[in-house]
Design a binder for this molecule. Sequence first.
Ligand SMILES: CC(C)(COP(=O)(O)OP(=O)(O)OC[C@H]1O[C@@H](n2cnc3c(N)ncnc32)[C@H](O)[C@@H]1OP(=O)(O)O)[C@@H](O)C(=O)NCCC(=O)NCCS
Length: 198
Amino acid sequence: MKPAQPAHKPYRPVRTVLRHLRDGRPVRIRALVADDLEQANAFFEKLSAESRYLRFMAPMPYLSPDVMARLQRDLHAERSCVLVAAVEHEGRSCLIGGGRIVATDRPSVCEFSLTILDAWHGQGLGKVLLRELEHQAKRLGYHQIEGAVLTINVKMLAVALHRGFHLHCERGDRGVMHVYKHLYTPVNAPHRSLPVPD
Ligand SMILES: CC(C)(COP(=O)(O)OP(=O)(O)OC[C@H]1O[C@@H](n2cnc3c(N)ncnc32)[C@H](O)[C@@H]1OP(=O)(O)O)[C@@H](O)C(=O)NCCC(=O)NCCS
């Protein structure tokens, strides 16, 4: 018997939200649009080698055609979503970060990833983007969001913990931590002792 599919939500455009970084600067979180792809290479080139490694878990000297093709596909995908964080600079919208959720082989589970330009790390943007990705995951009908994070990636682990994710290390997965969060709270579930702000 096939596993039950999560209920597909009727299509609604991804919301745009205005948030403020720790230093007060406004940042807009919105869906990736086709015009943003022109900035994709420039965005990637601004990332440090370390950030690229932490994101892709391998040395990544340039943005591969594969990654670009996936981004293009995600523009129209029903069960994926790419969000970008943009700031206004000299009248232009400049991308400073992004995040993505994609389907997994389990119908009710999606996987996330996040990338923020190094110059903007530590401003709370990781938490803002992850929160919005959780919102989009719920909207798309997923019951769980998860990610694979290198154990040396303390910033990503800190963000995941802050957002109430659980951490799990599987035997044989040396150097990789699995982080996951249930998005669906059954009725009558016991209250958590530490509520997670939404
Ligand atoms: C991981 C990443 C998305 C985090 O984004 P960010 O905007 O810097 O995250 P935030 O500012 O919201 O939070 C970072 C947290 O890490 C904590 N942190 C930073 N350095 C740390 C360290 N050495 N040890 C422990 N915690 C640390 C900060 O204190 C902060 O938590 P706090 O706000 O509770 O103090 C960003 O660093 C990034 O893009 N890295 C490269 C790509 C990557 O690793 N992607 C994740 C793969 S899924």
